[in-house]
Write a protein that binds this ligand. Structure first.
Ligand SMILES: C[S@@+](CC[C@H](N)C(=O)[O-])C[C@H]1O[C@@H](n2cnc3c(N)ncnc32)[C@H](O)[C@@H]1O
Length: 279
């Protein structure tokens, strides 16, 4: 486990993922019934963008730093508002005091009746996660393999919830492992909402992943992608994706507004957004 998210926090892939997660959470918290949020690969929760790791790559500048501080047009302002509220004050460079990762975003958007389970396997990051997230009676941080957690914690007692699977994609078989772990969970709990993050580097590998989900009988799949440029030969991350299973019905429509705008803010003329119901 060499991957450290602190080097990449707030980059274009984080903005894409966190904005979409904020829209899912906003929708799911409209009903009073409690829900559960399960984050299988939680990271450290919140990131210091002035810290050594983020300063070394400066990736955040092309991500959260590219989101304007003011003057967003009406529909975009509404769609971004919950995520921007979770970010809090930003300095003139667009840098928040601490960038909220998926756990901190969920902690901010969930209500008193909801629960969070945050899983992280790296011992140092797990300690940091517990520290940055503070005390919250709704929340449990668990040092566990995320795929084991997925098996162990679904279905949740509330029978409503969002599962976020955001592995580091360090190993060559990560797509297969994620598909398998997801399918095992989905068979136990087919009505849950699942958001599975993946890189967009090799279209054949991504198509095969979605093909595996469809072949297993998963029906409601939304394929969301943002590519800043065509894939590079050296495999640098220039494209990011999220597979949302059982998506809120408004998500595709919102993504059709959000993603092209993100492409124009964070990418050049070759940037592309993709919003597709996988059928
Ligand atoms: C992409 S980062 C997560 C970022 C986080 N979800 C966010 O959006 O803020 C992936 C995290 O998974 C952790 N990790 C790696 N292998 C894991 C495993 N098998 N189980 C749980 N966590 C793992 C890494 O230490 C890293 O912190």
């Amino acid at each position: 486990m060499n991957y450290r998210h602190a080097f990449h926090a707030g980059n274009f892939a984080d903005v894409f993922k966190h904005l979409l997660l904020s829209r899912i959470l906003v929708y799911m918290t409209q009903k009073d019934a409690p829900m559960r949020y399960l984050d299988t690969h939680a990271g450290v929760g919140r990131y210091d963008l002035a810290g050594e790791e983020a300063q070394r790559t400066l990736e955040w500048r092309g991500g959260v730093g590219a989101i304007p501080l003011r003057g967003l047009p009406g529909p975009l302002a509404d769609l971004l508002a919950p995520w921007l509220a979770a970010l809090g004050e930003r300095d003139e460079q667009g840098r928040p005091a601490a960038y909220p990762g998926s756990p901190a975003l969920a902690q901010y958007l969930l209500r008193s009746q909801d629960k969070l389970i945050l899983c992280e396997l790296h011992p140092k990051d797990f300690r940091a996660l517990r520290e940055t997230m503070g005390r919250d009676r709704r929340m449990k941080c668990i040092e566990i393999d995320g795929y084991m957690a997925l098996k162990a914690y679904v279905p949740p007692p509330e029978r409503r919830g969002l599962v976020v699977v955001d592995p580091p994609f360090e190993s060559v078989d990560e797509f297969e492992r994620m598909a398998q772990a997801f399918l095992d969970a989905w068979r136990k709990w087919p009505t849950g909402v699942y958001a599975l993050w993946h890189p967009v580097k090799d279209e054949r590998a991504t198509d095969a992943f979605y093909g595996d989900l469809r072949a297993a009988g998963v029906e409601k799949i939304l394929r969301l992608e943002l590519s800043l440029a065509p894939p590079t030969a050296e495999g640098r991350l220039v494209g990011t994706g999220l597979a949302v299973i059982n998506p809120p019905h408004v998500l595709a429509q919102e993504a059709r507004v959000l993603l092209p705008w993100l492409a124009s803010r964070m990418g050049g003329p070759q940037a592309r957004a993709r919003v597709e119901d996988v059928a």
